[in-house]
Design a protein around this ligand. Structure first.
Ligand SMILES: NC(=O)c1ccc[n+]([C@@H]2O[C@H](COP(=O)([O-])OP(=O)(O)OC[C@H]3O[C@@H](n4cnc5c(N)ncnc54)[C@H](OP(=O)(O)O)[C@@H]3O)[C@@H](O)[C@H]2O)c1
Length: 243
C-alpha cells in the first residue's frame, strides 16, 4: 500500500472490539493519529496501551453523548465499526425492544457519528474518507437476522447517500460487508456446528474471516490507493454472496 497516514487523524468506533482493534493496529502502524472509541474508557485501555492511540469513549445510542464527543473534533477520517449483534430471531418472534436497540446503535449511532464528524471534515477542507462496517447480512437473507440485517441495510443506504452528499467536499464514503469473524459478537450463534457447517459448504473459500482480513480492506478504502472509490458496498465474504 502506498499510503501512509502521517498527519491524518482517524476516529475508529468499536475499537475495543475485534475488528475495530485490528483496524487501529494497522492504522497506527501506517502512521495515523488514531482516536479509538468504545462505550467506556476501561474497554479501550488495552488497545491504547498496545498501540499508543488516543481514546474517546461515548455511547452510540445517545445523541448527546455522540455530539459531546465528536462535534468539533478535527478529523480526516472515520471508521464506523461500533456495533451490536442483537438477537437471533425471525420476523415472527422478534423482540421489538431489541430491534430498537440494534437500529439505535448500528444505524442511528453511525449516522450521528457521520453527521458530527463530516461537519468537521468539511470545515477543515482537506477531504477525507469514511468506512462503514456493514455486514453480509445486508446483502442476502440470513435466518434469524431480521433486526441486524435491517440495521446494516440502513448502513449501506447511509453510505450511498453520504457518498453523494460528501463527494463534492472530497470526502469518500464506503461500506465493507464482512462474513462472520469469530469475535464474541458472533461466536454464540455461528460457532454451532449445525449452523457453521452448511454455511461454509456454500462459501467458495469455505472458512470464516479473520479480524485482520476485514481490517486490511478497511484501511485500503481509507487510503489514497482508493481515491476513486466512493459509494461502494464491498463484500468481504469468501464469495458467499456471489454464488
Ligand atoms: N464479528 C462478525 O462476525 C461481524 C461480521 C460482520 C460485521 N460485523 C460488524 O463489525 C463491527 C465490529 O464487530 P466485532 O465483531 O469486532 O464486535 P465486538 O468485538 O463485539 O465489538 C463491538 C464494538 O462495538 C462497541 N459498541 C457496542 N455498542 C456500543 C455503544 N452503544 N456505544 C459505543 N460503542 C459500542 C463495543 O464497545 P464496548 O466494548 O465499549 O462495548 C465494541 O468496541 C460491528 O459493526 C459488527 O456489526 C461483525
Amino acid at each position: 500500500m502506498t499510503t501512509n497516514f502521517d498527519g491524518r487523524t482517524i476516529l475508529v468506533t468499536g475499537a475495543s472490539g475485534g475488528i475495530g482493534g485490528a483496524t487501529v493496529r494497522r492504522l497506527v502502524a501506517a502512521g495515523a493519529d488514531v482516536i479509538a472509541s468504545g462505550s467506556d474508557e476501561a474497554g479501550l485501555e488495552a488497545i491504547a496501551a498496545e498501540t499508543g492511540c488516543r481514546t474517546l469513549a461515548f455511547d452510540l445510542a445517545s445523541e448527546d453523548s455522540v455530539r459531546g464527543a465528536v462535534e468539533g473534533l478535527d478529523l480526516w477520517g472515520v471508521v464506523n465499526c461500533g456495533g451490536f449483534g442483537g438477537e437471533i430471531a425471525t420476523p415472527m418472534d422478534t423482540d421489538i425492544a431489541v430491534f430498537d436497540k440494534v437500529i439505535s446503535v448500528n444505524t442511528r449511532g453511525l449516522l450521528l457519528v457521520t453527521k458530527y464528524a463530516s461537519a468537521s471534515m468539511i470545515r477543515l477542507g482537506q477531504g477525507g474518507s469514511i468506512v462503514n462496517v456493514s455486514s453480509q447480512a445486508a446483502l442476502v437473507a440470513l435466518k434469524g437476522h431480521v433486526s441486524y440485517a435491517a440495521s446494516k441495510a440502513g448502513v449501506d443506504s447511509i453510505t450511498r447517500v453520504s457518498a453523494l452528499e460528501l463527494g463534492p467536499h472530497g470526502i469518500r464514503v464506503n461500506s465493507v460487508n464482512p462474513t462472520v469473524v469469530m469475535t464474541p459478537m458472533s461466536a454464540g450463534y455461528w460457532g454451532q456446528p449445525e449452523i457453521q457447517d452448511p454455511f461454509l459448504q456454500q462459501m467458495p473459500l469455505g472458512r470464516w474471516a479473520t479480524e485482520d482480513e476485514i481490517a486490511g480492506p478497511i484501511v485500503f478504502l481509507l487510503s489514497d490507493d482508493a481515491s476513486m472509490i466512493t459509494g461502494a458496498i464491498l463484500p468481504i465474504d469468501g464469495g458467499f454472496t456471489a454464488v
